[in-house]
Design a binder for this molecule. Structure first.
Ligand code: KG4
Ligand code: ZN
Length: 343
């Protein structure tokens, strides 16, 4: 039997994206980003994002269909991000997907964006099977999860305040680096050494929980104190020290969780997993612990539609389809996401 052909559409933030998969094989993967426009404002302006999605959505879907070498009538389902994200932005992709599903007479599958990040690993390794432990590190969430089956996961722990990506973005602002902060902090960190002491408190938080607010405040205070004293410091060393402190804890706790759960496989997802230092450190720690690591390609860590199609496939196989009344949701709690099927 032929594997299902699924179109994924993503428009939750500043990337308008579409991708086509046949089973777990990626046939096309297109993105039109408004990040360069948003960079002028130092962050995503929701109204600008919505208008950019409106301009781009038809184009990006056409490109994905053409690049996949298929026709609209070949599709078995349309999977689309319905949350979490910017409401106006989500509504553009969601409304487009509804129209397409209706006119093609195929099911609509509403996808939780975070489940999409978790599903990205399945594209990297089509043979990947639960159980495994996943490190999720995006702009809105940072958590360690235990995936029991393709549709069920348990949250083992997470940040008590800021997400890792949020911390990178805030530190980037303090260092006067452009939006989006993560890749710029990483690039600067490559020029430095982890020579500036960082607070140890991150390690003090119990279980698989962690906290980023102390680290972020430490960086802000450091920069202000140094400038008030007229003292100089190397921003590259500060970026590097921050990066080590922010990411080492994630690596450590992910490996600990995998060992405690007795799994042999670790996966990861979310924008921060595009970070080269994190990828190397997690690779080294997993190797040392005898764990197999499945890391999505960098372009499938940051927002993309391939991961939405991948999660769409899981929901398709589980028979979880969405009504055409499906609405966008600005936030979907992580714990709810683990136990509920897509609406
Ligand atoms: O997953 P994502 O693209 O969007 C959300 O769902 O939030 O994650 C975006 C976050 C941003 O905070 C961005 O600064 C961070 O991921 N990020 C990075 C890197 N690339 C993106 N953080 C550290 N290093 C990177 N190379
Ligand atoms: Zn994301």
């Amino acid at each position: 039997m032929k594997e299902p052909l699924i179109l994924g559409i993503e428009s939750s933030c500043d990337e308008t994206a579409a991708a086509v998969i046949r089973g777990r094989s990626l046939l096309s993967d297109e993105i039109i980003s408004s990040a360069a426009v948003q960079a002028k404002y130092g962050g995503v302006v929701p109204e600008i994002a919505s208008r950019a999605h409106t301009d781009a959505v038809d184009e990006v879907v056409s490109r994905a269909i053409n690049a996949a070498g298929v026709g609209l009538s070949d599709l078995d389902a349309v999977a689309v991000t319905y949350g979490a994200g910017l409401l106006g932005a989500l509504l553009v992709g969601l409304s487009f997907a509804k129209g397409l599903a209706y006119s093609c007479g195929i099911p609509l599958i509403g996808v939780d964006h975070i489940r999409g990040h978790l599903a990205a690993a399945y594209l990297e390794d089509p043979a990947l099977k639960p159980p495994f432990v996943t490190l999720l590190a995006s702009g809105g969430h940072t958590a360690i999860l235990y995936t029991k089956t393709e549709t069920e996961f348990e949250v083992l722990g997470g940040t008590r305040d800021d997400a890792a990506g949020e911390a990178f973005d805030k530190v980037a602002r303090v260092l006067s680096l452009p939006y989006p902060g993560g890749p710029h902090v990483e690039a600067l960190a490559r020029e430095g050494t982890p020579s500036i002491p960082m607070p140890k408190m991150l390690k003090g938080v119990g279980g698989y929980d962690f906290s980023y607010s102390g680290l972020k405040t430490h960086i802000i205070n450091y920069v202000h104190t140094m400038s008030a004293r007229g003292a100089s410091y190397r921003p590259a060393d500060l970026a590097c020290s921050f990066q080590h402190a922010a990411l080492d804890i994630l690596v450590e706790k992910t490996v600990e969780a995998a060992q405690e759960k007795g799994v042999t496989v670790v996966t990861a997802g979310g924008g921060v997993v595009a970070n080269g230092y994190l990828r190397e450190a997690l690779g080294a720690a997993c190797q040392k612990a005898g764990l197999a690591l499945v890391l999505p390609a960098k372009r499938h860590c940051t927002d993309n539609a391939a991961m939405i199609a991948a999660e769409g496939l899981i929901q398709y196989r589980a028979g979880n389809f969405s009504p055409l009344t499906l609405n966008a949701e600005a936030s979907i709690p992580l714990r709810r996401s683990g136990s509920d099927p897509a609406p």
